[in-house]
Design a protein around this ligand. Structure first.
Ligand code: PEP
Length: 271
């Protein structure tokens, strides 16, 4: 049984999860997008949302680079599109040149923060422990953490995909997580930005294993309400078959989130 009644997933956004998990389509812009993205991308998405005849049955979020957050936030205000960030520091404040606190992100209107993306795990040597405390910082600031996990191609080829992913789930996810404060994103590293996508069956196998691990840790009810996104070259042409799988509750989308029409088409596949 899923949780009854409305679930508050951020200021003013209530979701009734009684009938199942509400899909989340989140765009990770990475280090892309300039000032032109305010109108071309965020404004266009707000326009798409406004064109809906009925309230959307999915959540949509954009995670632009830090400096764009206030402007993108203004462009999507009251559109229903949620604002998210791509990272946060683990500490609440202090001498951390170049970093951004979760508290400031929340003040800027972010409802979500991506942590543990494979590019940060690789480029910045982020460990499971660091990812977990960043997720805790995001949650403590009142946001949901999108915790990314995923195996490399070598790990998959060695038959270790499930072991690696479940290990990351165990060590990167805060103990106090709930369906309102946690989203898991399964992103096979070999599929990110490569055009290679996990087959829907392979992705479902991992998503199912993640949900089982979440159930063992947080209980069946909580795990049943937690959203598990797929990420890795999701596009309009493959979104529907991935999203049709029972444990794939949305997408974390990189490249295809940079074109408003493609991103919207993926969201349509979720609805
Ligand atoms: C990502 O970076 O989170 C991602 C899934 O990228 P892409 O969609 O471009 O593979």
């Amino acid at each position: 049984m899923l949780e009854e009644g409305p679930v508050d997933f951020g200021e003013g956004v209530e979701h009734n999860m009684t009938d199942g998990r509400r899909p989340l389509i989140a765009g990770n812009w990475k280090m892309n997008g300039g000032l032109d993205a305010v109108d071309d991308l965020a404004g266009a998405l707000a326009g798409h949302m406004a064109s809906l005849a009925a309230a959307p049955v999915f959540d949509m979020a954009v995670c632009p680079p830090f400096p764009l957050l206030p402007m993108i936030g203004a462009a999507i205000e009251e559109s229903g599109v949620l604002l998210g960030a791509q990272d946060c520091h683990a500490a609440a404040k202090g001498a951390h040149t170049g970093d951004t606190s979760a508290g400031l992100l929340a003040e800027l209107g972010c409802r979500l923060v991506i942590v543990g993306h494979s590019e940060r795990r690789t480029d910045h040597d982020e460990t499971d422990d660091l990812v977990r405390v960043k997720a805790e910082a995001a949650q403590a600031a009142g946001m949901a953490a999108i915790v990314c996990v995923g195996e490399t191609e070598a790990e998959r080829d060695a038959g270790r995909a499930l072991e690696v992913v479940i290990g990351q789930v165990a060590n990167s996810i805060p103990a106090a997580s709930t369906a309102e404060t946690l989203v898991v994103a399964y992103e096979p590293v070999w599929a990110i930005g490569t055009g290679k996508t996990a087959t829907p069956d392979d992705a479902q196998e991992v998503h199912g294993a993640i949900r089982t691990a979440l159930a063992e840790r947080f209980g069946g009810n909580a795990a049943a309400a937690m959203r598990i996104l797929y990420g890795g070259s999701m596009k309009p042409g493959n979104a529907a078959e991935l999203l049709a799988k029972p444990d794939i509750d949305g997408g974390l989308i990189g490249g295809a989130s940079l074109q408003a029409d493609d991103f919207w088409a993926i969201a349509q596949a979720a609805g």
